[in-house]
Each structure stands twice: as C-alpha cells, then as structure tokens.
Design a protein around this ligand. Structure first.
Ligand code: ASP
Ligand code: MG
Length: 405
C-alpha cells in the first residue's frame, strides 16, 4: 500500500461536475489500494474575486485580514469534495491549514511553511478515510491565518508529501504536463517525460507557470517525486525528479519567456565603492526582486547600470530611483517596459560547449537584437524587445531541435 498525495488546481474544481470528476479520480487511486491525501485549490476565479473584494476596500488591505479573506476559497472546495466523496460512498474528511497545523512564518501573503503536523492526517488514513486538505493556507506561531502566495497550493501538496513520506505527489492541472515551451505560443512544443528539479526551478523562475516555485524547492530538498498531469485525461504527464545521466545528454530541455519584466537603466553614475549597494538596497527594502543586473565597464570613472524588475513594481521603482539617482549623482534613469526575457534551460549545458553562441546566432538570424544577457550553470537568458517574443521562442525551439525530443 502506498501513500499518494494528489493536488487539484482551481480549474479542476471549478464546478460541481468537475468536483465529481475529481472525486472519481481520487476513488480510483484509493480503490487501487492506496492511502490518499488530496489537496485542493479554490474554485477557478474565486481567489481573484476575493482579492478584488479586498482591493475594493483598500489599495493596501491589512495583510492579516487579507489572508483571512483569501484563504476562504479553499475552505469551500475541501468541504465540497469531501461531501462528494461521502455521497459516492467513501469516508472523507476536510481539513483547513490551521486544523492540521501547517505552521508558517509570519510573512502574510507570501508565508513559508516551517512545519507540518501529520498526526491528524495519519490517524484518519489509518481509519481508511480520505484526507482532503485546503491548499495555500497555514497559521503562524500566533495562530494567525497565513497564505503562501498565489499558486501556493502546489507547495501545500509537496510539503504534505514530504512530511508524510508519500510515494508520489501528483499535481493535477489544466495542462498535460511540462512542455518544451508554451504550446499556446509555439505549436511544436512537446511534452517532456521527465525533468530535473533544477531545470524545473529555472523554468519557473524564467516565466513558466506550471508549478509554484517554492513547491519545486521543497520537492528538491526532500526528494519528493512530483508528477504534473492533467485532471481531464488519463495521460502520463511529466515527472519532476532527481537529475540522471539521460537528462544530461539533452543540451536544452526547454525555452521559456517572461513578459512581466521591465528594464531600468541608471545612466552615468560615478563608479565608486558603495554605488551598487545604494542603488539596490532601497529596492530590496521594498521587497522588489531585481533579476538581471549589468554594470558596464566604466569610462572616466562613470558607468551605467542596467537591471530588470517585475513590471507590476515599476511605479514603486520610479519613486525609489528618483531619490536614489539624485543621491548617487546619476545623470538620469531610463525605463523600458516593452521587453521580454527569453531563456533556454537544460542540465546538459554543463557538459556541452557552444550553447550560448547557438542561442545568439538563432536570435540574430531572425534579426532580433539582444539587450541584456545573463547566464547560470543551466540557463541562459536574453532580454529582447517584447514584440519579438513569439518569434524568438520558435527560433530557439527549432535551433535546439526540441520538437524532435
Ligand atoms: N487559490 C490560490 C490562488 O489562486 C492558490 C492556488 O490556486 O494554488 O492563487
Ligand atoms: Mg496553480
């Protein structure tokens, strides 16, 4: 008998009919002789509705109350699914994050899980009950309700799978698995059978939105095998797992893009110690995540700094830099919101030469100008003009032969 954790996203529980479909899948696994823990998200659109309600009251609602509100979506789906399972003749019990004690830190709206108490769940599993757990939520040490950030139910599922030492964590969603690139942009995209934790992490940070980034970090840390698959068919999806030799033979596993960034250039700043700290500290103090950073070679002790920030934060960045630029005696600051970041990801890059030049050549062939470049061991990213996103993705998908995989 194995213990299986399954997670169903919002589109999979969008209405009663879909919840019945989920219940049937849960029962199949149970009938195959497994213990089942199910994590669910709120019904599709529900969390957005709650967020909008909060924002109709205040632009910056109190974070504690915001979490108390937006966590309610999941409370609805856990009970609906449990009722459905009961009706179909199965023992099921719903649990909220605070009932089982999914303890998080205190950073409301983006809390991190610190510990999971498995007692209540294992007790129920022993009695043959299906445990249905609300995703996305926890409590802090002072019993305040917290949430894990948008898309955080994936993280609840992986954390539970790790704590319960589950055989597998299945993430059911509205896509078939992890693709070589976004199929809606590039029809040649292929579903990957397997992908390593590190590749998945880089793909999520580079714009692929299949899994919540924190869930992949946890899966890697506790070596939880994660199977991403569709709740609307029975096809095998993609297994996110430990790196193996086979994976290293493939140079590039995926192409991703991120259209949610903006580029900032601080022009003509004195090149002296402390400048970078003075520029980036006020941004990090406001929790603004700076992604790519380039500092040019200086000319006569002056330099330019270019970096990217999430586009949603651009107004805050403008305000902060107005002060910082003056303070640093920079000439001016330029903003460009018409950019997109294109990345190629693959563990095989570690052992293959010439990957970067192949990427640059493929973009050059399409007449696409590269504005910024950054590299990590298994990822190369280029910032380009936003209007070329689709073209760039297709060109790179072809250049690395991803349709043939
Ligand atoms: N319901 C939450 C959201 O929409 C969490 C999740 O779906 O994973 O972000
Ligand atoms: Mg999701």
């Amino acid at each position: 008998m194995a213990l299986v954790v399954q997670k169903y996203g919002g589109t999979s529980v969008a209405d009663i009919e879909k919840i019945e479909n989920v219940a049937r899948r849960v029962i199949d696994i149970k009938e195959a002789g497994n213990e089942v823990v199910v994590v669910v998200s709120a019904m599709a659109g529900e969390t957005d509705r709650l967020v909008n309600l909060a924002h109709s009251i205040s632009e910056k609602p109190d974070p504690r109350e915001y979490d108390a509100l937006v966590s309610t979506g999941e409370q609805v789906t856990v009970s609906l699914l449990s009722m459905t399972l009961n009706k179909m003749g199965y023992k099921a019990k719903s649990f909220s994050g605070h009932q089982i004690k999914i303890v998080t830190d205190q950073s409301h709206t983006k809390a991190r899980i610190l510990s999971v108490n498995t007692e209540m769940i294992t007790d129920e599993l022993e009695k043959g009950t299906i445990a249905v757990v609300a995703g996305f939520q926890g409590i802090d040490m002072e019993n305040n309700i917290t949430t894990l950030g948008r898309g955080g139910s994936d993280t609840t599922a992986v954390a539970l799978a790790a704590a319960l030492q589950a055989e597998i964590c299945e993430i059911y969603t509205d896509v078939d698995g992890v693709y070589t690139t976004d199929p809606s942009l590039c029809p040649k995209a292929k579903k990957l059978k397997k992908i390593s934790y590190d590749e998945m992490l880089e793909m999520t940070s580079a714009g692929a939105k299949v899994l919540h980034p924190r869930s992949v970090e946890l899966a890697k840390k506790y070596e939880v095998p994660v199977h991403v698959r569709s709740s609307f068919n029975k096809d095998e999806g993609t297994l996110v797992t430990k790196e193996d030799e086979e994976m290293e033979k493939v140079v590039v596993s995926g192409v991703t893009y991120d259209r949610d960034q903006a580029k900032v250039t601080v022009i003509h700043v004195p090149d002296k110690p402390g400048i970078a700290a003075r520029l980036f500290t006020p941004l990090s103090d406001q929790n603004i995540v700076v992604d790519m950073i380039i500092q040019n070679a200086s000319i006569e002790n002056y330099t330019d700094m270019t970096f990217t920030v999430p586009r949603k934060d651009i107004d805050d960045v403008r305000k902060i830099l107005k002060i910082a630029a003056k303070d640093m005696e920079a000439e001016r600051v330029e903003f460009d919101e018409n950019i997109s970041k294109i990345s190629i990801v693959g563990v095989g890059m570690k052992s293959h030469a010439g990957v970067a030049s192949r990427m640059f050549a493929a973009l050059a062939n399409e007449g696409i100008n590269i504005m910024m470049i950054s590299t990590s061991e298994i990822k190369i990213s280029c910032v380009i003009e936003a209007k070329y996103t689709e073209l760039a993705v297709m060109a790179l998908h072809d250049a690395f032969g991803l349709e043939k995989e």
